[in-house]
Design a protein around this ligand. Structure first.
Ligand code: SF4
Length: 368
């Protein structure tokens, strides 16, 4: 931002931004009423997820759980199923825990104070500020990835974003620029501008309403801002699992509650040991997790999926179960189920296993 006549410039900046937002904002469903429950769910869903996907998930969620009471009363499995595909399932579990607390401690009303919001499971400083500013129109600044990038260009910041010095600078900018008369629209306008105009690649500077305030634009450094940060190294994880079919029923187990995907279902499996083949891993993991000595692993398919900096390669094998088949002795799951192919879609699975189920549904298992 230019420094001369700071106050006047800031007023002009806010006005340009708000005018643009009034005519260009996307018609997101929670923007109809800014109902606090809806804003909260949208904010949690929006972490690490593209807006188009958020809208579809949000609408389904609101049909199933139209209010906090419905969330609190739902079985955990229904919550996880509604979240299936969004990842980071602890977010869904925390929503349910927080809903229970809001119901019993605050009569179902989402708190209007920063301190009380921070006290709820799954609500950190960013989400608390988002709920307060967007739902309750309170003057809390917001800095998400879109706004950070926008600010780095507006101020032509010549340092990587992830340094503490830059962070402090960005926070100061957010606080100074905030429109205290209209924080709800101002914060969303910044984020929307970052998402639609000041995009990571090829920002649409000619259409940008705040171009007159942009130092990077004037200095012709837009393509170099923000400065790239050294990327976290990608981590490869190789896994294998065993698919066991018995009388046209599939064996699945539910992961332990404190697990990263706790409460979700899966085919038994795990990570490859050093120098282990995927076949051997599938057989070993099934035995470790169920007590069954399965045999004759036949490759079914390999799926690859990404989350944050992890790339997970999952090798799936059909395994022959022992005869007679004893009850499983579970060591990595809380319970198990035998489920017909058509019924698998009723259970929440992590992304890799869902891909397997989609492929399984295209095969004929009659007679297995
Ligand atoms: S002029 Fe370009 S770089 Fe500057 S804020 Fe607008 S879109 Fe971003």
């Amino acid at each position: 931002m230019i420094d001369k006549n700071k106050e006047t410039v800031q007023v002009a900046f806010r006005q340009r931004l708000l005018d643009w937002f009034a005519t260009h904002q996307r018609p997101l469903p929670w923007r109809r009423t800014y109902e606090p429950y809806q804003v909260w769910i949208a904010e949690i869903m929006g972490q690490q997820t593209q807006m188009e996907r958020v809208v579809a998930y949000f609408q389904r969620w609101m049909e199933r759980f139209p209010d906090i009471g419905a969330v609190a009363a739902a079985p955990e499995q229904a919550i996880l199923k509604a979240w299936e595909g969004l990842g980071y399932y602890s977010r869904a579990r925390n929503i349910q825990k927080a809903a229970g607390r809001i119901l019993t401690e605050a009569n179902g009303e989402i708190p209007t104070s920063y301190r009380q919001l921070l006290d709820l499971p799954g609500i950190g400083p960013y989400t608390a500020a988002a709920i307060l500013s967007i739902a309750y129109n309170q003057p809390y600044p917001l800095l998400d990835a879109n706004v950070e990038r926008l600010f780095a260009r507006l101020d032509d910041i010549n340092r990587p974003l992830k340094t503490s010095k830059t962070r402090k600078k960005l926070e100061a900018m957010a606080a100074t620029l905030l429109d205290r008369n209209d924080p709800r629209h101002f914060n969303q306008a910044l984020m929307e501008l970052g998402a639609l105009i000041c995009t990571p690649k090829k920002p649409a500077c000619p259409q940008c309403p705040v171009q007159p305030h942009c130092r990077a634009y004037r200095a012709d450094t837009v393509e170099f801002r923000p400065l790239p940060t050294a990327r976290d190294k990608r981590i490869d994880i190789i896994m294998a699992c065993g698919i066991i079919v018995h009388h046209e029923q599939f064996f699945i187990q539910q992961r332990l509650a404190d697990d990263i995907w706790g409460g979700l279902w899966e085919f038994p499996g795990g990570r490859l040991l050093e120098r282990e083949t995927p076949e051997h891993c599938a057989v070993r993991e099934v035995e470790e997790e169920t007590g069954w000595r399965v045999s004759d692993p036949v490759p079914f398919m390999t799926v690859v999926h990404h989350y944050t900096r992890y790339r997970v390669t999952l090798h799936a094998f059909f395994c022959r179960s022992p005869v007679p088949l004893p009850k499983p002795v579970l060591t990595a799951a809380s319970r198990y189920a035998w489920v017909p192919l058509a019924g698998l879609v009723d259970y929440p699975f992590p992304a890799g296993h869902r891909q397997l189920i989609t492929a399984l549904r295209k095969r004929d298992f009659s007679g297995k």
